[in-house]
Design a protein. Structure first.
Length: 183
């Protein structure tokens, strides 16, 4: 007996296909082949390919911002939360979805909907980092850009060369905090 595929199975196949082969692989036929099933299963869960793309994008954005929502609920100082955020980022870079964020950003170069969603996620992430830095007493907006840019760059670099550079973000956070404490 064949197990029925869920919507989540299709979304995971989409994330894998995007990471491995780019947005051209995000069509019903290649995804069905990847999953060893028919296109009918795809259309059971999604009205059409653009609907699948929208669901894929929404799932990614939800995952990308869930970390912020969870962290806001945690007890701890802004320093602890910033260090924890760096650890979470390091884990994400080493996670099975390593390479997904760079793949999403590559897709965004040719898709305005993806670009708009990535811009919204970037804005939410950077606003949270800015809040943490402000609570610590660091108000230079370039620090947010520096930390966030380092995260994105490390993800892209790890996706390209396979070297897990996640701990470097923690080192950068510690350096910024040490320089602030030395003032």
């Amino acid at each position: 007996m064949t197990q029925r595929l869920s919507k989540q199975d299709w979304l995971q196949a989409g994330f894998d296909a995007l990471t491995e082969a780019g947005p051209a692989a995000l069509k019903a036929e290649p995804l069905a082949r990847r999953l060893g099933t028919t296109k009918g299963s795809f259309y059971w869960h999604f009205d059409d390919v653009p609907g699948f793309h929208a669901a894929l994008l929404a799932a990614w954005a939800g995952d990308a911002t869930a970390v912020i929502a969870a962290q806001r609920e945690e007890v701890g100082t802004a320093v602890q939360k910033l260090r924890n955020l760096a650890q979470i980022a390091a884990q994400d870079i080493a996670h099975e979805r390593a390479g997904l964020e760079p793949a999403m950003r590559a897709w965004a170069r040719d898709n305005v909907n993806v670009a708009a969603q990535i811009a919204a996620v970037d804005e939410a992430r950077m606003a949270y980092i800015t809040t943490l830095l402000s609570e610590i007493g660091l108000t230079n907006p370039e620090l947010t850009r520096l930390l966030y840019g380092a995260l994105l760059g490390m993800e892209a670099l790890s996706a390209h060369d396979g070297v897990q550079n996640g701990p470097a973000l923690g080192t950068l956070v510690d350096l910024i905090l040490a320089l602030h404490e030395a003032e």
